[in-house]
Design a protein around this ligand. Structure first.
Ligand code: ZN
Length: 262
């Protein structure tokens, strides 16, 4: 469906909120899912990016976009005065009439446009259940396979390098096979996810990143962990939202590349 007129911001946001169940999915306070900055006019062009930053805001403005859709929004730092870089973000958005829409966990866990489901598809893995419990939801996915862990690691490294990063792994030995895997994108490695993996017989955990101690614990538990990059594992969801907005509203979109290498 393509509408002749450009949609209003509220129309686009309402569609995304329903699709993503923004009001039902719990999240961290800094996520502030939904419209974070509004504007008056219709949405004429959309830019999507993993992070809301000065770099992505400038790139969105340069692309002529007046809606920036992100996974990590403007408010992760908590309540802060509008000074310095925080002021500069807001100033540039308002000066160029660019709205911001953010979706964190609702976008991580969505079965068709979510980071976790899409990363599984990219790695040729088929999920059959949820993984990584958070309050009332599961953020990640899990499933069965019969694949050399080395070749799964190669797929992850290829994907990471396409997005400016590289794979870091533990527990990947030459003849090892992955039979039960789990994915949790972003900062998905923690003592909690490792415990959950261990308790449910998962032998390979694919994440974005995690603290050092998770690598130590994983070796003790006999779990291979593929740290594929926080950024690289979370580029899929916002791209899918760009496609969704174009498909439903006929608004052109572009992906803003801003890799951190992490
Ligand atoms: Zn993230």
């Amino acid at each position: 469906m393509h509408s002749a007129a450009h949609p209003l911001l509220d129309d686009v946001a309402r569609h995304l909120d329903i699709l993503l169940r923004t009001n039902e999915v719990p999240d961290y306070p800094g996520a502030m899912n939904g419209i974070q900055v509004e504007h008056d006019g219709p949405v004429t062009r959309c830019a999507v990016a993993v992070d809301a930053s000065l770099q992505t805001i400038d790139a969105a403005i340069a692309d002529g976009a007046n809606l920036l859709v992100v996974h990590h929004g403007l408010f992760w730092g908590g309540t802060q005065p509008l000074r310095g870089r925080v002021f500069e973000r807001v100033r540039r958005l308002l000066a160029h009439d660019v709205a911001v829409y953010a979706s964190h966990l609702p976008l991580d866990l969505h079965p068709t446009v979510g980071n976790n489901a899409l990363l599984a598809r990219e790695l040729a893995l088929t999920p059959n259940a949820g993984f990584a419990r958070f309050q009332s939801i599961t953020i990640g996915v899990t499933g069965e396979a019969d694949v050399a862990t080395v070749s799964l690691a190669e797929r992850c490294d290829d994907l990471a390098r396409r997005e400016g990063g590289h794979l870091v792994s533990v527990g990947v030995t030459p003849n090892r096979r992955t039979r039960r895997w789990a994915i949790c994108t972003g900062s998905g490695a923690s003592s909690d996810t490792l415990r959950e993996a261990s308790e449910t017989g998962i032998d390979t955990l694919i994440v974005g990143e995690g603290p050092h101690h998770t690598a130590v614990e994983a070796v003790e538990l006999g779990i291979a962990v593929l740290y594929t990059g926080h950024y690289a594992t979370e580029t899929f969801g916002v791209r899918a939202l760009g496609q969704e907005i174009e498909h439903v509203f006929g608004v052109p979109w572009s992906f803003i590349t801003a890799p951190t290498g992490l």
